[in-house]
Design a protein around this ligand. Sequence first.
Ligand code: HEM
Ligand code: FES
Length: 353
Amino acid sequence: MSVGYVTVQWNRHKRVYDVCIAIGISLYLVVFIVVGKLLYTGRNAISDPILGMRALATCAFLLLHIILCIGPLARLDRRFLPLLYNRRHLGVATFLIALAHAALAIGFYHGFGSVNPLVSLLSSNTNFASLSAFPYQILGASALLIMFLMAATSHDFWLRNLGAPAWKRLHMLVYVAYALLIMHVALGILQTQRSPWLAALVGAGVVTVAALHIVAGARECRHDERGWQRAPAGGGCWVDVGAVDEIADQCGATVTIGGRERIALFRHNGRVSAATNVCAHQGGPLGEGRIIDGCITCPWHGWQYRPADGRSPPPFTEKINTYRVRIVGRRVQVDPTALPPGTAVEPARVEEA
Ligand code: HEM
Ligand code: FES
């Protein structure tokens, strides 16, 4: 979308990213199967289908943890941002690996009877009241359905058709899928194997994902609470959001008004402009972006908007909300009423100190 950025076609970064994903997944599967064969021999040997099933299952489970950790990591440390750029590719790869695991499991456990394997999956065990014999495979199937919906709508085509808020809500279901999978594992393999190591690994995964989200959330809350106040008497609806010198030239800063409205401020060529912090693409944090080629540039995938009117440079047609901004002394003040997307606003001029 941005100048030089191609949204839907392949570019070198995406190819490198995908090759790394493919190599990582292949290595994991090979190592898992080889180690499984070497460790479990004789009477303890694990059959090939079950070893394959476990290799695929743990690979998809691990990838899901990585996907869930990338978001908070990128918020805590900008060096993780490149991982965020193509997270959707990782999501689709995770779905495909999980699908292979499910297909193998359904074929192995439900494929040899006279009942349709899918009917058998849903009806062979209905012990919903029992913890030790709970139909945990149905939990895996429900998670897989969510992962399918996310993978199928991961293309920008669906983002545009559904609209960013609906698309985002749909993709937040990843946390429901994650909870279902934790139960799939806890009520399935952890009941049959009773392995403390496996239980510890799953627990460590849950704690890591939860801790990163809590730390990143707490940091954002602290940032949000950082000083804003009503402008002094006579200020009308203007809100004081901080000193102009806190915004570096050609950079953005994020302020929160009333504990919810996030506004991105940008200093460019001796002026300050204000726009929504929410990128029209996938809701990326614009305030963490920079001014590149005179445009606000989203840190996630590089979509661009002109600071003066929140419109993407031609030929693009995206628009974001803008805000009225003024400078009183060395303080920046913003009118928190969002103007319709694409509304031109005169940037506030910064007098030399
Ligand atoms: C229709 C969907 C699914 C079915 C029928 C299914 C079935 C199974 C079965 C039968 C097992 C036990 C395998 C064994 O004997 O060791 C298992 C384990 C597991 N499944 Fe699924 N599953 C499904 C979906 C998923 C999905 C979407 C994931 C996502 C990551 C997943 C992750 C796991 C994990 C991590 C294990 C434990 C692997 C281990 O033994 O170490 N499953 N699943
Ligand atoms: S460019 Fe993708 S979220 Fe902003």
